[in-house]
Design a protein around this ligand. Structure first.
Ligand code: SF4
Length: 669
């Protein structure tokens, strides 16, 4: 695996150090946190105030949009006032789209310039045309001529540069040759990287952002692999664009950023939320701290790794089909199933009615994880309704002790049990017992013990078995790596047994009992594995409140694109270009359309970048001019300059016209 030193441990990717003013990124520096102001850059007072607010909550690098030369000139005074307020040590970054002239002004005043390769020298027209090799070469020469002056000035002034590729704003040239793909994103950045290197400019940082965590994860991995082939070791800035707000925005960001940090990639991060930017920093801090707690030295005494997952292309792992109820099955055509821990049999009379009520959750859990204190308790289990039971017997219960009571097992029930290296006989006994009753065994087995049980698994076959790592202390060091090892071990015996991803106290990296911590852990582990195509059942057992745990599990599945149970919102974080109040607009539109399962809605603050960056949204609500909204169907603008007061209703009418509207369910009494 050439993009990272280990898929089973977090070994930080070695990079060279890039100084942004006095702040070092990459090399031996910790993960740096950054964010962006949302004020109009020409409102110097407001921009300085926001920069100070960000610095005071721990932001180490502050980015400010420079949409034109006038705004870029304001950066001089913003830098001066920010320094005078005591923040001379915090570097400022100018965010540039489209206008090299704005970059050439901004570079005089701030420590770093971010350029978007998709629009620095290219105009995005969504044009479809064939580029001959000669055409392509001449475009590259044009790019060289347009970008070189900035590179040279950065060198002269000691500024850093970020080559910040966005999935949604690739140039027509790249789109026509490579498509809207991670490979296209990587090639787009490499074109700029080679120009910078031609001028001996090495103060470079790269990013490969997308609103889709899967796409950004693959793009960063591919970029690192390509850079390694060319002996390039530049630091990475990680982020998920247009992640949205609230729980969903945090989950999407944590899935994308967390997965890469666990791979050892990433040197500075930005969590983009459609909220005041100061709220991004605590999330970024928690993500960075969890990842840094796993860092291992590059030279460790590690065994060679065999991984069974292709990290560059998403493909869901193929599994055997298991029918858990007449309506709920597991296999590659089915979405991952959600299990919730509901306590003991004594808790069930109170919980089961709740599960049947829409008040419990819009989408109820499918599996009910119940601790079984004794085999006798099997007989007293009530009908679970549409759900299936997952029973966790007391650790001392043997298959022989359970056998006299096994007639009470409902077909499709899953029994969860931990096995060690010496448990081959017990594994065989449980497997036989459960198979005889049409039930399934969830085997909690540490990767280190897998080899000892391999002969037993080979002779038994793994049909009807599910594998998990929820309670094994060995996984605490790196639960994602543990699951990857488990998948690799199953691959060695040609097993297609499903995988159940469990978030438990044993899989947590740095638990602090806050909901944010649980959300981040679930996003790292469950979301990250789902983006690698692994995971057939999921449970968030770190959250004791069953409705909240269920909702969190569905939200993580949605964030990873593994199971869509509600409307998908792509909302930009806002910046100095934003033409309306993104936070209130997003909340208002969500209140009206949040029930449209499977519809993807983009809410973007400006027409300059919004249409390009809303990626594969079905409908777009984009700021066209102050107080005016443009509506999109896919990438096509279909209604221009609507007064904002009318735009919500017109958006809903558009969704209806395209047959994607359903009326919301009446609220439960
Ligand atoms: S889409 Fe949003 S974040 Fe991006 S430039 Fe426009 S207003 Fe700023």
């Amino acid at each position: 695996m050439s993009y990272c030193a280990s898929r089973f441990h977090t070994v930080r990717r070695p990079t060279h150090e890039v100084m942004i003013g006095s702040v070092g990124v990459g090399g031996g520096h910790p993960i740096r946190l950054q964010s962006m102001t949302t004020s109009d850059t020409q409102d110097i007072t407001a921009t300085v105030k926001q920069s100070i607010a960000l610095a005071e909550v721990g932001c180490e690098i502050v980015r400010i949009t420079a949409p034109n030369v006038t705004a870029a000139k304001c950066l001089q005074e913003i830098r001066a006032q920010f320094s005078a307020a005591g923040f001379g040590h915090i570097p400022l970054v100018a965010d540039i789209h489209f206008l090299p002239s704005a970059a050439m002004e901004a570079v005089e005043h701030v420590e770093k310039i971010r350029v978007n390769p998709g629009n620095y020298a290219d105009k995005k027209k969504f044009a479809v045309r064939e580029y001959s090799d000669a055409d392509y070469e001449s475009e590259l020469q044009r790019l060289h001529d347009a970008f070189s002056p900035l590179v040279k000035r950065c060198r002269e002034l000691g500024r850093a540069l970020r080559i910040g590729t966005n999935h949604g704003s690739l140039s027509d040239r790249i789109m026509n040759r490579y498509g809207d793909t991670p490979l296209g994103m990587v090639e787009s950045a490499l074109e700029f990287l080679r120009i910078a290197e031609a001028h001996d400019c090495r103060a470079l940082i790269l990013s490969m952002k997308s609103s889709n965590p899967k796409v950004m994860i693959q793009a960063y991995r591919l970029l690192v692999e390509r850079m390694a082939q060319e002996n390039m070791h530049y630091p990475l800035h990680l982020g998920v664009t247009e992640a949205g707000d609230g729980e969903d925005g945090r989950i999407k960001s944590a899935i994308g950023i967390g997965s890469l940090l666990l791979d050892g990639l990433g040197d500075t991060i930005r969590v983009s939320l459609t909220e005041d930017s100061v709220y991004e920093i605590p999330v970024a801090r928690a993500i960075a701290d969890k990842a840094m707690s796993l860092w291992q030295p590059a030279t460790g005494d590690r065994k060679p790794e065999t991984d069974a997952i292709d990290p560059y292309h998403f493909a869901r792992r193929t599994t055997d089909r298991l029918a858990l109820t007449p309506r709920i099955a597991i296999n590659v055509e089915q979405p991952p199933r959600v299990i919730v821990r509901v306590g003991t049999p004594a808790d069930l009379p109170a919980v089961l009615p709740l599960l049947a009520s829409p008040k419990f959750n819009d989408t109820p859990a499918e599996g009910l994880l119940v601790t079984l204190p004794s085999a006798e308790a099997l007989a007293g289990l009530p009908d679970p309704g549409a759900a299936f039971y997952v029973l966790e017997p007391d650790a001392g219960m043997t298959a022989a002790a359970c056998a006299p009571h096994a007639a009470a097992l409902r077909p499709g029930t899953v029994l969860l049990r931990k096995f060690g290296a010496g448990d081959a006989a017990e594994l065989a006994a449980w497997t036989a017992l459960l198979r005889a009753h049409g039930c399934f065994l969830a085997v909690d087995l540490a990767p280190a013990d897998f080899a000892a049980l391999t002969p037993a698994l080979r002779s038994l076959g793994t049909g009807g078995l599910i594998f998990t790592l929820g309670a094994t202390p060995a996984t605490a060091a790196h639960a994602t790596g543990g699951y990857r090892q488990l998948v690799a071990a199953l691959h060695t015996i040609d097993s297609r047994a499903p995988i159940w991803i469990r978030n438990t106290a044993a899989t947590a990296l740095r638990p602090d009992h806050s909901f944010l911590s649980k959300l981040l852990e679930a996003s790292f582990l469950t979301g990250g594995l789902l983006c690698d195509g692994v995971g057939d059942l999921v449970s968030i057992e770190t959250e004791p409140d069953a409705p909240r745990a269920t909702k969190l599990a569905y939200n993580v599945l949605q964030g990873a694109g593994a199971r869509i149970s509600k409307t998908e919102f792509v909302a930009c974080p806002s910046c100095g270009r934003t033409l309306f109040d993104l936070q209130t607009t997003t909340q208002r539109i969500r209140a009206q359309t949040g029930h449209l399962k499977g519809v993807k809605l983009a809410i973007m603050g400006c027409i300059v970048n919004g249409p390009g960056e809303m990626a594969d949204a079905d409908f777009g609500y984009v700021g066209g001019a102050p107080g005016k909204i443009n509506l999109y169907v896919g990438k096509n603008c279909v209604q221009y300059n609507l007064p904002q007061a009318e735009a919500d209703a017109r958006l809903i009418a558009l969704i209806k016209e395209h047959g994607k509207w359903i009326d919301p369910e009446p609220a439960p009494a």
